[in-house]
Design a protein around this ligand. Structure first.
Ligand code: FEO
Length: 169
């Protein structure tokens, strides 16, 4: 856990859940036999659910954290590229599209399923390689920034909203 008071730490708790989801898919990825139709379908089903949850996490952060942080910085005439570019890529949408593509492979040949498996494994490794540092940046850079530019009570309220929104998932 990051060294911030828990009641104003907006990232750590949701990120524990996201990191657990990463561990689950990495584990499942290592033991999935892509020649097996049912195994591939099961992995795709789990991945679809996971990436929809990641997407929801991102939307919650955008609405309840990043938008407010950007607004606060603008009021103070501060420009921060990391804040402005946070979540500006399409990695989650690309992963969801790849997973959806995979469903068409469940009716294809064994060789095609194996090829898809290699592509999926590579894409998941690349995604994970940027998602974990992304969460670390939010915890280690954006959280202190929030604490610098927001009042304690504002952050308490924001944390409650963030947790409540995640609990709807
Ligand atoms: Fe907390 Fe932007 O992932």
């Amino acid at each position: 856990m990051a060294p911030y008071p828990e009641e104003i730490d907006v990232f750590s708790a949701p990120h524990s859940r996201m990191k657990a989801l990463v561990d689950v898919y990495l584990e499942k990825l290592t033991c999935t036999d892509f020649t097996d139709y049912a195994a591939l379908e099961s992995l795709l089903h789990d991945l679809h659910h996971t990436f929809c949850e990641f997407k929801s996490h991102e939307q919650i952060e955008n609405k309840y954290i990043m938008k407010k942080l950007k607004k606060r910085l603008k009021l103070l005439s501060i420009h921060d590229a990391a804040v402005c570019n946070c979540h500006s890529d399409n990695k989650l949408s690309d992963m969801l599209a790849l997973v959806e593509d995979g469903y068409s492979c469940t009716s294809k040949t064994e060789a095609e399923r194996i090829n898809f498996g290699l592509k999926l494994r590579q894409a998941l490794q690349e995604f994970t390689g940027s998602f974990l540092p992304h969460m670390k940046e939010e915890e280690e850079v954006f959280q202190p920034m929030l604490m610098k530019y927001f009042e304690y009570e504002e952050l308490k309220c924001l944390k409650e909203q963030v947790i409540e929104e995640h609990s709807k998932w």
